[in-house]
Design a protein around this ligand. Structure first.
Ligand code: SAH
Length: 517
């Protein structure tokens, strides 16, 4: 994006970006789309644009849902056009986020025309359309050298004001090849009847792919003769793409996406937005549909100055002890603001509790001198004892405000001269920009993951109704205890108490269950 668009003179118009959000999978968003979202002042998004994408937006970005979910209050097309134009006239950088590709059956053309008519600059960022990605994720290549030499996209949803069908079924029947239909699953009965009336063979393979490329993708196959009936029998609803053609049969060998170990499982991730991605991505890679529901936010400590002074004196300590990745980040952020040379840390040795904490230290190219085997605070005390004690050694303990105080007590009891650096504090996450809470309430989930005691407490504090049948996975014994103390039953506890360990245990849990079913 141009940097000039950030200098918002009152009389300077902003710009509208018509951006394709792709079909749903977060990995199928273009880099340019991501950049636009990251720098937008206003985002107007659609029902079919995956709301998780909004997590990339800045906190200040105004986010507007333009809807069209059945039964929901939504903006009319005219209102949407005016909204885009008005915001741009305020000098804002507006991102109009649409599912798939903005110029494929999404009324993007109409919006673009209105924007141009208003004399406002615009840009199109193409996206991966569901017409291609839907079949691909169902294991259906839209072309195959032996099967077809053309592909047709058509809409099954007609402008209701049209008196005659705009779809030329005679031409479609004659052309054959692969035909991909967007919209109109609810009209499949009349559409396939028209096809048959115009000479399409009854046994032509058809696949319907709904919520393609997301964790809740489902595919239904059949023939032109029976697909409408099957869809009704199976309660198969929009949004779905329909693929007509011989290529559908290739799915039998090529169905790669729906066979993964967590396919069809909806899993809630409760970490902070910033930390969630490692866990979310791993779960998604195994096929899960992830609902990111951050309950807490990392904020600077109440007394940042005091912490900064301790960081400045880091070199006077014998040991610096980190208890969390957040603490490591907060420490080094200040450290490198104060110093431009890593050696300023002097002779201080570094202890880190847990592999994620140690990894964060290593990311900053510092050696971890002590990392307890067990990933609980008590274990670090034991390690120090093993090292011959810490009597009269100066220790800086970097931690969160209001953390458990067993560690400082024990370290002092061992004779250490202890300073506590309160590096950050956690605050409840009050925004629900991605609509995750609404989604959890409407659609439920199979599993919720807790990666620390605070995620348990903060989740429960939200007071959301517990979805029916939602099971609980915990990262380790301390988190499990907190959950049990609050009356939850733990279904899965990670064998190794880190993110990889948690993901592995979840995968094994569901694959064993699948095998027994
Ligand atoms: N511009 C969009 C299409 C908008 S029309 C694109 O390029 O994909 C809306 C229709 O798109 C839906 O009725 C459905 O047929 C299809 N669609 C969009 N996303 C989909 C998805 N994730 N899975 C299945 N169909 C989808």
């Amino acid at each position: 994006m141009e940097s000039t668009s950030k200098s918002k003179g009152k009389d300077k118009n902003g710009k509208v970006y018509l951006v394709g959000a792709g079909p749903g999978d977060l990995g199928l968003v273009t880099l340019h789309a991501k950049e636009c979202i990251e720098s937008a002042d206003v985002i107007v998004y659609d029902h079919l644009a995956n709301p998780e994408i909004l997590g990339w937006a800045r906190d200040e970005t105004e986010i507007i849902y333009a809807g069209k979910e059945p039964g929901e209050q939504s903006l009319s097309q005219h209102e949407i056009n005016s909204l885009l134009i008005d915001k741009a006239r305020e000098g804002k950088e507006v991102v109009r986020l649409k599912g798939g590709d903005p110029f494929v059956f999404g009324r993007g053309a109409e919006e673009a025309a209105a924007i141009v008519d208003a004399g406002i600059e615009f840009e199109v960022v193409p996206g991966i359309t569901s017409a291609i990605a839907g079949p691909a994720y169902a294991g259906i290549p839209v072309t195959h050298r032996a099967e077809n030499s053309h592909v047709i996209f058509f809409t099954g949803h007609e402008d209701p004001s049209k008196t005659e069908s705009a779809i030329d079924y005679a031409a479609l029947a004659k052309l054959g090849g692969t035909q991909v239909m967007l919209m109109g699953v609810e009209r499949l009965g009349s559409i396939t009847r028209e096809m048959l009336n115009h000479g399409v063979r009854e046994d032509l393979p058809v696949a319907l792919v709904r919520w393609a490329t997301t964790g809740r993708q489902e595919t239904l196959t059949g023939t032109v003769g029976d697909i409408a009936e099957r869809a009704i029998a199976g309660g198969f609803e929009a949004p779905a793409v329909a693929v007509f053609g011989n290529v559908v049969a290739l799915r039998e060998n090529l169905n790669w996406y729906e066979n993964r170990s967590l396919s069809g499982k909806r899993i809630v991730v409760t970490r902070t937005r910033k930390q969630a991605s490692a866990l979310s991505n791993k779960l998604r890679a195994l096929g899960a549909q992830v609902v990111e529901l951050p309950t807490i936010r990392i904020e600077p400590p109440t007394d940042l100055r005091e912490f900064a002074e301790l960081v400045q004196d880091a070199h006077i300590y014998d040991w610096i002890v980190f208890t969390s990745a957040n603490g490591v980040e907060a420490f080094f952020e200040i450290f490198f603001k104060l110093y431009d040379d890593a050696r300023e840390i002097g002779g201080a040795r570094i202890a880190a509790i847990g592999p994620a904490t140690a990894q964060r230290v290593k990311d900053f190219h510092f050696h971890v001198d002590l990392q307890p085997e067990e990933f609980v605070a008590e274990a670090i005390v034991k390690e120090f004892r093993k090292q011959g004690g810490i009597e009269n050694l100066r220790i800086l303990l970097v931690r969160a405000e209001k953390a458990r105080d067993v560690l400082p007590k024990e370290l002092s009891a061992l004779g250490a001269i202890l300073d506590e650096g309160l590096a950050y504090r956690t605050a409840p996450e009050t925004r629900d920009t991605t609509g995750a809470r609404r989604q959890l309430a409407n659609e439920g989930a199979d599993l919720i993951t807790f990666t620390s005691s605070s995620t348990v407490e903060n989740f429960l504090e939200l007071g959301l109704p517990w979805p029916k049948g939602m099971q609980v996975a915990s990262i380790g014994p301390i988190t499990s205890k907190t959950a049990r103390d609050h009356g939850l039953k733990i279904d899965i506890e990670a064998r190794r108490h880190d993110i990889d360990g948690l993901v592995e245990t979840i995968r094994d849990f569901f694959s064993k269950k699948g095998a027994n079913e």
